[in-house]
Design a protein around this ligand. Structure first.
Ligand code: PGA
Length: 219
């Protein structure tokens, strides 16, 4: 009943975000929530493919991707850079080196995300364009598990800086590999055919103003 009253008061907001965005979107929501403390917010997380599938269901007001699908019905707001960094265990021989070549990095056993992951898609695209073939050691369905696998010495990887900034990076080194980081951007997406609720309208204005916020402010 309370939720219903709250709903009448200001409304609800439903968001679906990719796994790497789950580290910083809650921080943005924190600030937004302070301005609209009666808002009823629902938040779900999946890999890129799962969020693409959700766009077909019309349950969510907004989606957050770094690689939005080509869908005419999606309106996109580009709002923050997303850098993908090369990581290795702290004691790795490359950890103290400068200007590591991409080939040398690719010769290390690589831990990759699952099929359907936007991070994996970005890395594959980047390496294919440069004709570099990584030595895949393991496929792991979670950023956190990849981080821990890297810490334990299983291999190297490339992950979004957000997973390191908010999820902790003790035991990891960021490698100075030529041409890295891979720079992508986050997009807030909404279906044009879905009517904008008052809460969604406010969130959209808030996100548009964020376009100019330097990442340093969030990290
Ligand atoms: P994902 O998210 O790797 O969890 O799919 C990141 C993205 O879509 O870029």
């Amino acid at each position: 009943k309370l939720a219903k009253l709250r709903g009448l008061d200001i409304g609800s907001l439903q968001l679906a975000v990719v796994t790497t965005a789950k580290y910083f979107i809650p921080h943005l929501i924190g600030e937004f929530y302070e301005r609209h403390p009666h808002l009823d917010i629902h938040f779900r997380v999946g890999n890129r493919q799962q969020i693409v599938d959700y766009t077909g269901e019309d349950d969510d007001d907004f989606y957050v991707f770094s690689h939005p699908p080509k869908n005419q019905d999606l309106e996109l707001v580009e709002f923050l850079p997303n850098r993908l960094l090369a990581i290795a265990p702290e004691k790795h021989p490359l950890a103290t080196r400068k200007n590591i070549s991409l080939q040398e990095f690719a010769d290390c056993p690589f831990l990759r995300r699952e099929e359907g992951s936007g991070t994996r898609h970005a890395i594959e695209h980047f390496l294919q364009k440069r004709h570099v073939d990584p030595k895949i050691r393991m496929t792991i369905e979670s950023n956190e598990a990849i981080k821990h696998a890297v810490m334990s010495g299983l291999g190297v990887s490339i992950l979004s800086e957000h997973t390191l900034a908010f999820g902790g990076r003790s035991g990891l080194s960021i490698l100075d590999v030529d041409e890295l980081p891979i720079v992508t951007h986050w997009y807030l997406a909404r279906r044009k055919s879905r009517p904008l609720s008052p809460a969604a309208q406010k969130f959209l204005e808030y996100a548009r103003n964020l376009e100019k916020v330097p990442l340093g402010k969030l990290l």
